[in-house]
Design a protein around this ligand. Structure first.
Ligand code: ADP
Length: 385
């Protein structure tokens, strides 16, 4: 890449990568490797993928960590089981030729558990999980950061195990911002696009290409970046990588409710349009996402749509009290390191939840408030009893 990846170009890359193995994709891209390479004869044969969970079991696991988001947990459990059962069958040579990949779009405000859901699911399944922030791809200074970086991150997170990276999950947050930016930039990008763009993850080009060593500044949009170790040159097949995109989609609610209201006028006897934000977003259709700024070819490759709810004070209290990922566990450990056993009374937790609610950042507010509340106590440290 010679310049910054524009939102339009970045989104096109993701769409292209997702397209490669969907039903209806042109035949030449079937089975293609990252960067369009067929498996090399010396590449090791994939190991059998041991996945035997049922959706209910995945949901039960997620329940231990994620409070609320019942519908999201259900839909995700089904989609993840479908995907990884398909992966297992494919590796056993019993792949259905008509399978359409269950790429997912998660809609919901910040700090309500979108990433947390996927991270926990990836832990359960035992696959690497790479998260990136879509907006970073368009910032000047991160020249050329693109989809290839995310695939490389998966390999790093799989400790260089390319086989495992091939079944990983790529999670791209703030995709809504890129849709809006791309909509604004479209005329400029169309003028700028050249036919010979390099670094395209394009199914049609063929030819083998190794996973290149990172040759530019690290992209802070990738979770926990460490300078890349040189990888042994090989290719990675992106066929089974699951793509999940997410965002708050501010403005989508208005688009959907406007459509629902117009259709309610058209059919006077129709049921009353939903009024709650989550219900409205849950009724979002492909055409609403297109009006929001996505191109049909992109949104069409994200068939699983999940809405996450905002969290109220009761939910935040339950997160503190019951979630296995609760920050309270972390504080217990922090104090235990000094030989101090701490107990959190319910009314104290409730007060923290109330304060966190005022932050308007979902469960992220819990961390902010706890840090503020415990800062001095952690510094002074009460004597152990
Ligand atoms: P986002 O929705 O913006 O992706 P995250 O999933 O990253 O938010 O949430 C930030 C943190 O807040 C998580 O790591 C987790 O500790 C906590 N958290 C958020 N939502 C929930 C939830 N529904 N249940 C339990 N913990 C949650």
């Amino acid at each position: 890449m010679n310049g910054p990846t524009t939102p339009e170009e970045f989104r096109r890359q993701i769409a292209e990568l997702m397209r490669q193995h969907l039903k209806g994709a042109p035949a030449p891209s079937e089975g293609q490797n990252f960067a369009g390479a067929e498996p090399k004869p010396e590449d090791p044969k994939p190991e059998p993928f041991d996945f035997n969970y049922k959706p209910r079991e995945v949901k039960e696991y997620l329940d231990r960590f994620v409070i609320r988001q019942e519908e999201a947990k259900k839909v995700l459990s089904v989609a993840l089981c479908d995907h990884y059962h398909h992966v297992r069958l494919a590796l056993e040579g019993r792949e259905s030729p008509n399978y359409a990949k269950q790429n997912i779009i998660l809609v919901g405000p910040t700090g309500v558990g979108k990433t947390f859901l996927i991270r926990n699911a990836a832990d359960l399944i035992g696959v690497p999980f790479a998260k990136a922030d879509a907006t970073k791809f368009s910032e000047t200074g991160y020249v050329g950061a693109d989809v290839e970086d995310m695939v490389r991150d998966l390999v790093r997170l799989a400790d260089g195990d390319i086989l495992r990276a091939q079944y990983g999950i790529i999670y791209i947050d703030e995709i809504d911002k890129i849709a809006a930016a791309a909509k604004r930039e479209r005329p400029r990008c169309q003028r700028a696009r050249r036919a010979d763009q390099p670094a395209q993850i394009n199914g049609g080009n063929g030819g083998s290409r190794p996973i290149r060593k990172r040759h530019r500044r690290p992209n802070p949009g990738h979770d926990g970046f460490h300078p890349a170790r040189p990888q042994s040159p090989s290719t990675i097949n992106t066929k089974h990588i699951l793509f999940i995109v997410s965002g708050a989609f501010g403005g989508l609610e208005n688009i959907v409710s406007h459509r629902l209201r117009s259709s309610a006028i058209g059919f006077a006897a129709a049921a009353k349009p939903p009024e709650k934000t989550e219900e409205i977003l849950g009724s979002a259709q492909t055409r609403d996402f297109i009006q929001f700024g996505f191109e049909p070819e992109f949104i069409g490759r994200l068939p699983v749509r999940v809405v996450c709810h905002s969290l109220d004070t009761d939910d935040l209290f339950l997160i503190l009290k019951n979630s296995e990922g609760s920050i309270v566990r972390q504080y217990e450990q922090d104090f235990a390191a000094y030989g101090i056993e701490v107990f959190f009374a319910d009314d104290g937790l409730r007060r923290i939840a109330e304060k966190a609610g005022e932050e308007q950042t979902g469960a992220r507010g819990l961390m902010t408030v706890c840090e503020r509340v415990f800062r001095d106590i952690k510094f002074e440290l009460p004597p152990p009893r």
